[in-house]
Design a protein around this ligand. Sequence first.
Ligand SMILES: [Zn+2]
Length: 245
Amino acid sequence: MKLLPLGVGDAFASRWYSTSLAIEHDGAWLLIDCPHPIRKMLREAGESSGVSLEVGDFEALVLTHCHADHCSGVEGYLFFEHFVRQRKGPLAAHPEVHEALWPQHLQAGMSQLLHADGCVSRHEAGDFISPIALTEHEAVQIGPFSVEIRRTIHHIPTFALRISAGGCSIGISADTSYDEGLLDWLFEADRVVHETNYGIHTPYQALADLPDERRDRMWLVHYPDDFDLDASVIEPLIQGRLYDV
Ligand SMILES: [Zn+2]
């Protein structure tokens, strides 16, 4: 698998885009979270990594939760799929994320369309989204990827991911407080991408205190603007750099 971080920052980042990841296996791609401006993020990460990626190229968008720094690009993503690609956007999430996404986030901007003849059409989530329900009970296959989820400790329903393909696997913490049970679950994967930040997020020091065996398999994302990249004892992912998992 390959991993391309499109953004590595938090909700308040001024140095980087908000955290979003593209994952590849055998020519197929998954998009993990979708902040605005997702097309600009794809273009810039593509330019620095030599990878050509566009909205509509993904097997699915996997959404961890409905905070804007993770989902603010979904309206534009789905409108691009609708108007340009003329298909429904495959969107994978836990049912609680699906249930909140339309009425609490997308409906205000997507429920009506004005047409050239002056007619207004009314729309529901099903007009734009091809939903894939992720479950905590079993892995769900999306293209070549097997996707498992686990609820994290966060303000709103949020789900960490374990993604496997071609005998390789990666765990992605999503937003979470420090959670040893989640860490044990994530570290069943070969590599782990973990968030770190202030407040209820996972403190850097808690991750820095992990055994070497875990720190060496971990990458950091969702770090604040003042995070000291050079001093970190865990490798921070760099926006726009292509990684082998
Ligand atoms: Zn969040």
